[in-house]
Every structure is written in structure tokens, then in C-alpha cells.
Design a protein around this ligand. Structure first.
Ligand code: ADP
Ligand code: MG
Ligand code: ZN
Length: 476
């Protein structure tokens, strides 16, 4: 039997506001435990939460960027459960009236554009963090994170493969980063994902029973866990069993999922409107203003890079994965107007270098104008493309400008005709056998001669000129 997998993702994105959602405490990451807390986020009795306007603005930015409808009236609700990281005994979230619904984003899977529905986006507060020390018989709790603002972005069950889930998450993260509302760091937990997975026989329209996967803290783990889960479900169904709706924990060391608990239902949480917070009303003028101020988003930028700069769609896709990378590219071509050549160097040399050094484009040791200067030297014939790679590495190491390196190291391309003719003649004289091979019709031998000259000049000979001169002299 052939199966189709059905996947829906719930993403929690930590918003990068300065202060928490319902109090003035700092959201800064990495402070000493329990230093960014106050009676409100500690959940003391009798305190009153006050909504942070910036949180709503950030949620609206994401809602607009994902084509959602914005609710003029929405409401906060209490989600009740007991856990030591939640001092109030309830989490303030949104339930029946979320701030935004019915959106979508487009992703590309196997060279096809697929539209993934966004069911809803709502705001909520984060819980604290439990610290488990293996030598102790107890755990500690750090409440710095309680009250840090989150948006939860729930997708429709429109995703059909682990690969598409990865593409969807990357796209969401890229949009959040373009909007500058979340740093998107999955390892640090500022971008978290739960995956709901089910399977059904191909052609059937009803959904199968789903399981929910948790503890997916990298893109790699999301994809691995989903693949594992699809496989596990298929085996059960093939053996005549049925899937139990439950929450599963991904174990990255074992590469397996284990059951955590049976799936909770909404009614288990006893949601009810939070009486301490007013209903949230959002006026059109504010939404309009936020829409006006949205930056150019990844899809639009990619299309513009294809249209305005004539880049292949692959290049445009890579260069627009982050706003900073796109800005780097545009700064470079402002000074060196050969987009494809600049793109080749950025996607090749530069990204490889940043990757190797674990750096972000903002920390690039080669600024965009320095790269432009290097490429201009190549186009002007001052250095060869091959030598340019050496110069690039040197620029990265020393921070020097390309002209300076070329001068210091004497890397100028040899383009002097008579000098090259002399070299070519010497090589021809030294290798009579290859000469007669060439004249006998083995034209490939020309590569050997070019190689000899490049060796002698340590790559500095102008390759086009060497070729021309060789052909002329060998043809005699
Ligand atoms: P809960 O909060 O209880 O997990 P939601 O109704 O918010 O439930 O749904 C969570 C996610 O589960 C959504 O992303 C939705 O697309 C997905 N989902 C729902 N049904 C299925 C299914 N049969 N297979 C896979 N995913 C599903
Ligand atoms: Mg869920
Ligand atoms: Zn506080």
C-alpha cells in the first residue's frame, strides 16, 4: 500500500522586544538565574499584567507578512496547567480569539512552489526554565524566561514531507529575521517547533490519527524525527495496528522517539478569558501604518534579484536567505556592476569562508567594497581569476585591500606579449615530444604547455594570451 504523510507544524518564536510581555523586566538572554524577575512575572497574588504594545506590533508584522487576516478584536485567555516552571499555575495565551488567522506562505519543494496555510498566529508568554543537575536529587528553576513574549504560528496540515517541513521552517525563520522581530536561533530556543505527523493511504481524503513530536531543536532533528515517525507509523499500519494519538519526545542521541504522554485535549486546560486583561482592539490605522513599514520580504526580494539583476533563481534564492546577505550583495554590485560574477564569488569563496569560520555575513572579514575592488582587478586583467582566490584569502586573513596585497606580493598578471612569447618558446624548445604530438593532431597537449607556463609564473600568466601565443607558435 502506498502512503502519504500529513504534517502540521506549531512554531513558537520568541519576540526580540526589550521587555517582557506583561511587565517591565528585561528579556536579555544569559543573565544570572532569577535576576530578571518581578512580582508580575513571578506570579505573585494580586498583581496585574499590562500588555506590552511592542509585542502586539511585532505579532502584527508577522501576521501581515504571512498574509493573515487580523482580528480587530481579540482576547487573552488563561491556559491552566501545573508545572514548576509556571509559577502562576496558568499561562496567559490566546485561545478562541487569536490576533490573526487564515494566512499562508509559499515554499519551494522539488522545484515546485507549494502554498502552506497558516491557521493562526497568537501571542503568549513563555514559561521559566528547569535546570536539571545530574548530581543532585532535585532540579532548580530559573524564571528569567517567564513572561518573555512568544508568538505561536500554527500551520494547516498542508505539509507532505520532511523536506517540505524543513523548507517551511526555513522560510518562516527567514521572514521573522527580515522583520527583525525574532533572532531565529533554534539551538538557543528562540525558535522552537513541534511537529504533528500522520499518514493515510494515497488517495484517501480523511486524515489519519496524528502524533505530536517535541524536543526538535535543530532543523536537522526536525527532518530526521519526522522521517523516523512516518516510518514508525507505516510499520504499525502495515502490521494491522492502529496509531495512538500521543505526544512523543525525540531522542537525538538514539535517533528515536519515545512516548511522553497521551495527547492532552484543549478542554484539559480549562481555557477561559483572562479577567485581568482588557479585550485587545486593533484599529485599521495602526495596521495600515505597520503594513506601510514592512521591509521587502524574501519572496519579493528574490523576484527582484532575478528581474533586475538577471540572476538565476538559484542564486537569487541563496542571496536572499538573509537580509544581511542580500544587502552585502547589493553593496558589492553598487560598485562592481556585474551581478552574476559578484554572486559567484559571494556564494562560492565568501560563503565557504564564513562557513569554515562559523561566521555570520555581518562579521565578514572581507567587506563588500573590498570584494568589489578585487573583482575589478580581475576584469581589468591586473590579476587572473585564479590568483584572485589567493588574494581573497589574504584579504580575509589580514584585512588588507586587494591592490595592496597584489603590489606587496608581486601578483600582477604577466600580460606582456614579448615576455610571454619568450616563455612559450622556452617551453616548446624543452619538450620536442609533446610538440610533435600536438602537430600530429593531439590538440589536447596544449593543456600540458599551459600548465608548464603557469607553473613557471606561479599562476600569474594571462591564460588567454598564453593560449593564443601557444597556438600561434605551435602552429608554425
Ligand atoms: P494542539 O494545540 O492540540 O496540538 P491544534 O489544533 O492547534 O492542536 O493543531 C496542531 C497542529 O496539528 C496543526 O499544525 C495542524 O495542522 C496539525 N494537525 C491536525 N491534524 C493533523 C493530522 N491528522 N495529521 C497531521 N497534522 C495534523
Ligand atoms: Mg500541539
Ligand atoms: Zn517581571
Amino acid at each position: 500500500m502506498e502512503f502519504e504523510s500529513v504534517i502540521g507544524l506549531e512554531v513558537h518564536a520568541q519576540l526580540s522586544t526589550q521587555s517582557k510581555i506583561f511587565c517591565g523586566c528585561s528579556t536579555a538572554f544569559g543573565a544570572a538565574p532569577n535576576t530578571h524577575v518581578c512580582p508580575i512575572c513571578l506570579g505573585m497574588p494580586g498583581v496585574l499584567p499590562v500588555l506590552n504594545r511592542k509585542v502586539v506590533e511585532y505579532a502584527l508584522r508577522m501576521a501581515l507578512a504571512t498574509n493573515c487576516q487580523i482580528a480587530a478584536n481579540s482576547r487573552f485567555a488563561r491556559k491552566n496547567y501545573f508545572y514548576p516552571d509556571l509559577p502562576k499555575g496558568y499561562q496567559i495565551s490566546q485561545y478562541e480569539l487569536p490576533v490573526a488567522q487564515h494566512g499562508y506562505i509559499d515554499i519551494e519543494v522539488e522545484n515546485e512552489v507549494k502554498r502552506i496555510g497558516i491557521t493562526r498566529i497568537h501571542m503568549e508568554e513563555d514559561a521559566g526554565k528547569l535546570l536539571h543537575d545530574t548530581d543532585q536529587s532535585f532540579s532548580r528553576v530559573d524564571l528569567n524566561r517567564t513572561g518573555v513574549p512568544l508568538i505561536e504560528i500554527v500551520s494547516e496540515p498542508d505539509i507532505r514531507s520532511a523536506e517540505a517541513a524543513g523548507a517551511y521552517l526555513r522560510k518562516l525563520r527567514s521572514i521573522l529575521r527580515y522583520l527583525e522581530i525574532c533572532d531565529g536561533n533554534m539551538e538557543e530556543g528562540s525558535f522552537r517547533c513541534d511537529a504533528n505527523v500522520s499518514i493515510r493511504p494515497k488517495g484517501v481524503s480523511e486524515f489519519g490519527t496524528r502524533t505530536e513530536l517535541k524536543n526538535l531543536n535543530s532543523f536537522k532533528h526536525v527532518e530526521k524525527a519526522i522521517l523516523y515517525e512516518i516510518h514508525r507509523q507505516k510499520e504499525i499500519v502495515m502490521e494491522g495496528g492502529s496509531i495512538v494519538q500521543e505526544t512523543l519526545l525525540w531522542n537525538p542521541d538514539k535517533g528515536q522517539t519515545t512516548s511522553m504522554r497521551s495527547k492532552e485535549e484543549a478542554h484539559d486546560y480549562r481555557y477561559f478569558p483572562d479577567p485581568d486583561l482588557l479585550p485587545l482592539t486593533i484599529d485599521d490605522a495602526w495596521v495600515h501604518e505597520i503594513r506601510q513599514n514592512l521591509p521587502e520580504l524574501p519572496d519579493a526580494k528574490r523576484e527582484r534579484f532575478i528581474g533586475a539583476y538577471g540572476l538565476p533563481s538559484y542564486d537569487a534564492e541563496v542571496l536572499t536567505t538573509s537580509r544581511d546577505l542580500a544587502d552585502y550583495f547589493e553593496a558589492c554590485i553598487a560598485d562592481y556592476p556585474n551581478p552574476k560574477q559578484a554572486s559567484n564569488w559571494i556564494m562560492g569563496q565568501l560563503l565557504a569562508l564564513l562557513n569554515a569560520e562559523g561566521k555570520d555575513i555581518r562579521q565578514s572579514p572581507v567587506p563588500p567594497l573590498a570584494l568589489a575592488a578585487l573583482l575589478k582587478l580581475v576584469d581589468a586583467g591586473v590579476i587572473s581569476g585564479k590568483i584572485a582566490k589567493t588574494v581573497f584569502d589574504e584579504m580575509a586573513k589580514t584585512g588588507k585591500l586587494p591592490d595592496e596585497i597584489v603590489q606587496e606580493k608581486g601578483l600582477m598578471q604577466v600580460s606582456d606579449t614579448s615576455e610571454l612569447e619568450q616563455m612559450v618558446q622556452n617551453v616548446i624548445d624543452k619538450h620536442p615530444k609533446e610538440v610533435s604530438d600536438y602537430r600530429g593532431g593531439k590538440e589536447k597537449v596544449i593543456g600540458f604547455f599551459v600548465g608548464q607556463i603557469m607553473k613557471e609564473t606561479r599562476g600569474k600568466a594571462n591564460p588567454q594570451m598564453v593560449n593564443d601565443i601557444l597556438k600561434r607558435q605551435l602552429g608554425k
